[in-house]
Design a protein around this ligand. Structure first.
Ligand SMILES: [Zn+2]
Ligand SMILES: [Zn+2]
Length: 212
């Protein structure tokens, strides 16, 4: 019996709105989280095995955290698994055999449209700064240090060639953070918290102390 050991995962990235393909060996997934990094620099998920179950942690397009669990048989062998975000039922990606995943992405309106205009490393004005800024923001987000003061804070991130925008999808407030010059990187490195004001639009700069 021939067992295919390569799996392909296609995931939508909430930061660049692109579709990123990940190929991995089934032997590469263990108890240690296997990081899924998009080409835009955003760490948009991870895969992990716990006992005989596999979990995919990812984000919906609006930046909501999504955790999907699969029995080993399905995760390792199914030709194609459609990844659905449970709250709204949106398709956020596919898992399966390479050719089946490629085909599914090509036939999916949501995923195929977004793969064309995704940002790539060369689109960034300063990739090193962008990666450092993203890494720091994701660290803060992981610690729960990026919030909005509105009733139902739901902060997502949008990436542009020279900046990133933190956007609260509930109240629409946004904070623009420059990510093209070394001093931008410095500034973000020294942030300990970002608290957004409801329904506001702000540039992260020295004069906006409330954000820091
Ligand atoms: Zn991305
Ligand atoms: Zn808000």
């Amino acid at each position: 019996m021939i067992v295919e050991t390569e799996r392909t995962l296609a995931l939508l990235c909430p930061a660049c709105q692109g579709t990123q393909f990940h190929e991995f060996s089934i032997f590469g997934i263990g108890h240690k989280p296997y990081p899924l990094q998009c080409r835009c620099g955003f760490a948009h998920g991870q895969v992990q095995r716990t006992g005989s179950r596999y979990t995919i942690n990812a984000f919906s397009l609006t930046g909501e955290h999504v955790c999907l669990a699969f029995p080993a048989k399905e995760f390792l062998r199914a030709p194609l698994v459609v990844l659905i975000e449970p709250t709204f039922g949106d398709n956020i990606g596919f898992l399966g055999r390479g050719r089946d995943v490629q085909e599914a992405v090509a036939n999916s309106d949501a995923l195929s449209q977004s793969s064309g205009d995704a940002l790539d490393v060369e689109d960034f004005e300063n990739p090193d700064v962008m990666y450092a800024v993203l890494a720091r923001l994701q660290q803060l987000a992981g610690e729960g240090k990026i919030t909005c003061r509105c009733d139902h804070p739901s902060v997502g991130i949008d990436i542009y060639p020279e900046k990133v925008e933190l956007v609260c999808s509930f109240c629409g407030s946004a904070v623009v953070i420059g990510a093209s010059a070394p001093y931008h990187q410095e500034r973000v490195a020294h942030l300990s918290e970002i608290v957004m004001e409801p329904s506001s639009y702000a540039y992260l700069s020295e004069r906006l102390k409330p954000l820091i």
